[in-house]
Design a protein around this ligand. Structure first.
Ligand code: C5P
Length: 404
């Protein structure tokens, strides 16, 4: 998977906290994504996890002392901050946040945060502390101050704490921090743009226990929502019934039926810059929804005949608005991909359609896309073959951003 973190250099500053063990895992994720990670640790951080562990995971000697003689100029705080694309303080203790708020410089972490070029090396702070410490007016004041000074605070989460109490202050999990850092360091070609995305299947009830639906895991649409949010867009995701977590920073509206999806989408559509319809919307619904479960008659074979009604075409309705957003449709075909998809594009009156082979994508983590517009076709991945859905989503969003 190509991550926006590939080739980035992260200065990872650890301060004292039990959550240090999560930062070991975070380091692994960053390195796996192709980032280089330079760890520095305060004395308190080393009470919880050793520099040996962090060196092994980051593949670089750890800095623990502002008087470290390794840099030729003996200025670790300058050198380390100049080469970094971001400084990530995790875990950030209440004490570390207080030091950042005051602009103190009495340990390597606070000194380096103060010495960095604030516009070139953003400061990302991941708090981890007891709930009373987090809620204390002094900490509230300090957090507000570091945000006013330009830092980004990631988290904290709420839940069980190492001290046995339950509340706000717990550090986010490694994967959540990773996703957030990745999103913040990605290029932002869609900043200021509003995107509306549909995803997943719809479910059309027959009675309280049965219904009809389409194949769709929602993975492609959720990946596109994530990639769009990473690219700086304001994203609303209208999702049918799927079991997927909401991408960070995305506004989600859950629906069940095609008509609910239509009702959620249409009032929002005119204010959007783009509408991406990845949902596998059921074309028909049972004309009548039975209030109670249809029962099998004793003995007799009586399969019911279910009358169907047509669902509205959401994408066609959005495309037919007087000033429609840029509309992107999806086409899942089983043969003659380009031909069928382009016919669909024309029929719906949309500028761009993304074609894929249905059976080869349903529920899978990878896919291959064919983008078709008036000018012609383009394959994703560029080199042919298949790629994971998040990489494809990022490529599609990059392409879309050149068109908006
Ligand atoms: O006509 P077909 O269902 O194959 O078209 C697929 C495209 O149209 C997808 O982008 C899908 O999300 C959208 N669509 C829709 N409302 C429907 C049917 C399809 O928005 N009722």
């Amino acid at each position: 998977m190509t991550s926006p973190l590939r080739g980035k250099h992260i200065l990872l500053a650890m301060t004292g906290g039990i959550a240090g063990y999560k930062v070991a895992e975070l380091t692994r994720l960053l390195v796996k994504a192709g980032a280089t990670v330079q760890v520095m640790m305060t004395e308190a951080a080393q009470q919880f996890i050793t520099p040996v562990t962090m060196q092994a995971l980051s593949n670089r000697p750890v800095f623990i002392d502002q008087w470290d003689a390794r840099p030729a100029n003996n200025m670790a705080h300058i050198d380390l901050s100049r080469e970094a694309d971001a400084m990530l303080v995790a875990p950030a203790s209440a004490d570390a946040i207080a030091a950042l708020a005051q602009g103190r410089a009495d340990d390597l972490v606070s000194l380096t945060a103060l010495a960095r070029r604030i516009h070139e090396c953003p400061l990302l702070v991941v708090p981890a502390m007891n709930r009373e410490m987090w809620a204390h007016p002094a900490t509230r004041r300090n957090v507000a101050q570091i945000e006013a000074d330009g830092a980004t605070v990631i988290g904290p989460a709420s839940g069980d704490q190492a001290c046995g109490e339950v509340g706000d202050g717990r550090m986010l999990e490694a994967q959540q921090i990773f996703d957030d850092v990745e999103a913040r360091l990605a290029p932002k070609p869609l900043r200021g743009k509003k995107l509306l995305i549909t995803a997943g299947p719809t479910f059309e009830p027959i009675d309280p226990v049965r219904g009809i639906s389409n194949h769709s895991s929602g993975k492609m649409g959720f990946a596109i929502a994530r990639a769009a949010a990473e690219a700086g867009a304001d994203v609303t995701l209208v999702a049918g019934p799927v079991h997927l977590p909401t991408p960070r920073g995305v506004r989600r509206i859950d629906v069940q039926t095609a008509r609910q999806m239509f009702d959620a989408v249409l009032p929002l559509a005119a204010q959007q810059h783009a509408f991406i319809a990845t949902a596998a919307v059921a074309d028909w619904r049972p004309a009548e929804v039975h209030e109670h479960k249809l029962k099998k008659a004793e003995g007799a074979v009586t399969a019911p005949t279910i009358a169907m009604a047509e669902n509205p075409d959401i994408l066609a309705a959005v495309a037919a608005l007087s000033a429609p957003p840029y509309c992107v449709g999806f086409a899942a075909e089983s043969e003659k991909l380009a031909e069928h998809a382009d016919a669909k594009r024309r029929r719906k009156g949309i500028p761009l359609i993304v074609a894929n082979l249905g059976p080869a994508t349903f529920g899978r983590d990878d896919n291959a896309l064919l983008l078709i517009d008036e000018q012609g076709q383009r394959e994703l991945p560029e080199a042919g073959g298949r790629a994971d859905k998040l990489s494809l989503a990022r490529a599609l969003i990059a392409e879309l951003s050149t068109r908006l």
